[in-house]
Design a protein around this ligand. Structure first.
Ligand code: NDP
Ligand code: GDR
Length: 360
């Protein structure tokens, strides 16, 4: 699927949303949600040497089919300010969701400079593009959502709410704190309708495969089907408040439907260790995780976030949001999908199209 270059026709009755990070886990669920609400969705995608649109291919309809194509893609990058301003002027969105990020905490220690450029300065570039767009066009109704993270709380003990102090523990988390405060500042300085969602970990069958939940459920599927026998992990004692991504994108949308912009924690208020995730995932398919997991020091971080558990009472009260999928249901949903994926892989392995190390 290639991005289009050029302006698009807008249905007069549809709201228009612009999503950065549309090819990521959250971008795909948010696009589905907004299309179900009759939005016209525009996504900014970055150039890659191979197509990176797997998570949204099922939503894509050729843009020449102007009546049915509700999602349109455009090349841009959070490191390129001119591209952001150009697409704002061209698309004229009503709502902007800034989901793009180098979102892997461990990787942010390897590429801190790039992480800061995209996560922190990227948010600033988009806010500044919005400020100048509003100033030039008078479109002051445009609303902005910033994808903040529970990682900003870092070492501050749980439960963490909107009033909990930040103590970030990685270049990624520090950058998210900057993006958070840029968003607050643009709201206070220019009156922009800008919200920070402070979202705790949320997962799904579309989760990137090098985050711990998906790494585990991919391994469970492949071990169950006989494609591998071990999985190498780091710290199993960290606790996370894991929810379902499909529930969390609803909270993003709800924030932008309020009369006043504000910041909200979004969490299940239930926390589990990585070890507990392993137990539930392996046991679900009749396996003992202790026979398949090996600890590899390379997956430990220079500074760890030990314990995250959110207090989402404000989102519940003001937005009327609550999570629908609980921890065990989430784990089982991911394992079910990854067992099916492993079965399809096995067909290709048996037919000699790929070796077991490769993924389809
Ligand atoms: P993903 O890593 O799945 O997706 C990140 C998206 O950002 C991808 O579409 C990626 O494009 C895009 N991107 C990366 N770098 C750039 C760039 N330089 N310019 C433009 N786009 C870029 O993340 P999630 O969907 O899980 O998360 C969405 C957002 O929410 C992120 O900002 C993340 O930090 C934040 N967040 C996530 C939480 C979670 O538990 N999932 C919790 C709290 C916050 P490509 O496909 O080309 O790589
Ligand atoms: P996190 O998610 O850092 O919370 O950030 P991740 O799944 O990467 O780690 C969760 C915990 O698991 C431990 N861990 C491992 N992690 C990975 N990735 N790989 C391993 O092999 C492994 N073994 C143990 C980690 O040390 C950590 O304690 C996610 C991202 O989506 C961020 O973008 C988002 O902001 C936060 O969630 C909220």
């Amino acid at each position: 699927m290639a991005a289009e270059n050029g302006s698009t026709g807008n249905s007069p009755r549809s709201k228009i949303a612009l999503i950065t990070g549309i090819t990521g886990q959250d971008g795909s669920y948010l696009t589905e949600l907004l299309i179900s609400k009759n939005y016209e969705v525009h996504g900014l995608i970055r150039r890659s040497s191979s197509f990176n649109t797997q998570r949204i291919n099922h939503i894509y309809i050729d843009p020449h089919n102007t009546y049915r194509a509700k999602m349109k893609l455009h090349y841009a990058d959070l490191s390129d300010a001119s591209s952001l301003r150009r697409w704002l002027d061209n698309i004229l969105p009503d709502e902007i969701y800034n989901l793009a990020a180098q979102s892997h905490v461990a990787v942010s220690f390897e590429i801190p400079d790039y992480t800061a450029d995209v996560v922190a300065t990227g948010a600033l570039r988009l806010l500044e593009a919005l400020r100048s767009h509003i100033s030039a066009t008078g479109r002051s109704h445009v609303k902005y959502y910033q994808a903040g993270s529970s990682e900003m709380f870092g070492s501050t003990p749980p439960p963490q709410s909107e009033s909990t102090p930040f103590h970030p523990r990685s270049p990624y988390a520090v950058s998210k704190c900057s993006a958070h405060w840029y968003t607050v500042n643009y709201r206070e300085a220019y009156g922009i309708f800008a919200c920070n969602g402070i979202l705790f970990n949320h997962e799904s069958p579309r989760r990137g495969e090098n985050f711990v939940t998906r790494k585990i459920t991919r391994a469970v599927g492949r071990i169950k089907i006989g494609l591998q026998s071990k999985v190498f992990l780091g710290n199993l004692q960290a606790s996370r408040d894991w929810g379902f991504a499909g529930d969390y994108v609803e909270a993003m949308w709800m924030m932008l439907q309020q009369e006043k912009p504000d910041d909200y924690v979004v969490a299940t208020e239930d926390s589990h260790t990585v070890e507990e995730f392993l137990e539930v995932a392996f046991m679900y398919v009749g396996l003992n995780w202790k026979e398949h997991v090996e600890i590899d020091k390379r997956y430990f971080r220079p500074t760890e976030v030990d314990n995250l558990k959110g207090d989402a009472s404000k989102a519940k009260k003001v937005l009327g949001w609550k999570p629908k999928v609980g921890f065990e249901q989430l784990v089982k949903m991911m394992v079910d999908e990854d067992v099916e994926l492993a079965k399809r892989e096995k067909v290709l392995v048996d037919a000699g199209y790929i070796d077991a190390q490769q993924q389809p």
